[in-house]
Design a protein around this ligand. Structure first.
Ligand SMILES: [Cu+2]
Length: 284
């Protein structure tokens, strides 16, 4: 979940989902900050069905919201303990979290003053939304207020998923998506067709640089010594569990892009991009 490029500025393009003639169900969560403490405001209850999550960040640092559906009646302390195990293993040990929750999706990093949306189908149940990462002092952000639980009721919201312009499937360990897509506003449907948890991150390769430069940057033994990245982060869809799909919007300028999953594999003791989840994409 923690990207190797977490120190980079995320140039996230926020875009509203277009209404496509169906009912639209949205859940807005707003992060605020006062000194080292955060508050995450949002609805306590939602109807089930296709829901667009809108994240707004009024804090002074990037916000990486992740939504998870609880599989058991675990309380908040149990959820935080499982997240703590995940963080202590630098994202590698998902075992405690996977016992009690599945990941619905989220944002790679909402910049201060910005917003971000993603959509997913929500069956009834109990959910949490939390900010992934830690403070400079090493305290988990979910312990500093970046945490909120909500209930999805059996009542149906009547909303339908948007039509996808691009379909991407995340496998263990490869990315299945077109090699060329059209420039402009577009909806991507991202499906986790693997066994492991994945995410999808998009980067625009700088002029004069190629996928070879991107590979060399990520494969450097010490990424902090690898120099300036040969790309700019565009954004992406955060953590999604096996078997689930989610939708995200991009506004893509023509150019060469790289798509990657940075999550680590506990089995393979390697990040997924190094195992094959790194692909080039041409936007025309
Ligand atoms: Cu992955």
């Amino acid at each position: 979940m923690k990207k190797m490029t977490a120190t980079l500025t995320l140039a996230l393009t926020a875009a509203a989902f277009a209404h496509q003639g169906h009912d639209h169900a949205a859940a807005t969560f707003t992060l605020a900050q006062k000194n080292a403490a955060f508050t995450l405001a949002g609805p306590a209850s939602l109807a089930s069905g296709y829901t667009t999550f809108a994240f707004s960040n009024t804090a002074q640092q990037p916000f990486t919201p992740v939504v998870a559906r609880l599989k058991t009646n675990a309380n908040d302390a149990a959820v935080k303990a499982a997240l703590g195990q995940l963080m202590a293993s630098h994202g590698e040990d998902m075992s405690a979290v996977e016992k009690i929750a599945e990941f619905v999706g989220g944002s790679a990093g909402v910049l201060p003053g910005k917003g971000y949306e993603f959509g997913a189908n929500l069956p009834a149940g109990r959910y949490v939304v939390f900010g992934f990462g830690a403070s400079e002092e090493g305290k988990p952000l979910y312990d500093l207020g970046q945490y909120r639980s909500f209930t999805v009721t059996a009542a149906k919201n009547g909303a339908a998923a948007p039509r996808a312009d691009v379909k991407a499937t995340l496998k263990d360990f490869k990315l299945e998506l077109p090699t060329t897509v059209k420039a402009g506003q577009q909806t991507w449907e991202v499906t986790n067709g693997g066994q492991e948890t994945h995410h999808l991150m998009l980067m625009r390769i700088n002029a004069g640089k190629t996928m070879k430069d991107v590979e060399a940057f990520f494969k450097a033994a010490d990424p902090s010594a690898a120099g300036a990245p040969p790309f700019e982060d565009v954004g992406g869809l955060e953590t999604i569990s096996a078997g689930r799909s989610a939708f995200t919007r991009f506004d893509l300028a023509p150019g060469d892009y790289a798509v990657a999953c940075f999550l680590p594999s506990a089995k393979e003791h390697a990040p997924h991009f190094a195992l094959g989840m790194l692909a080039g994409l041409s936007v025309k």
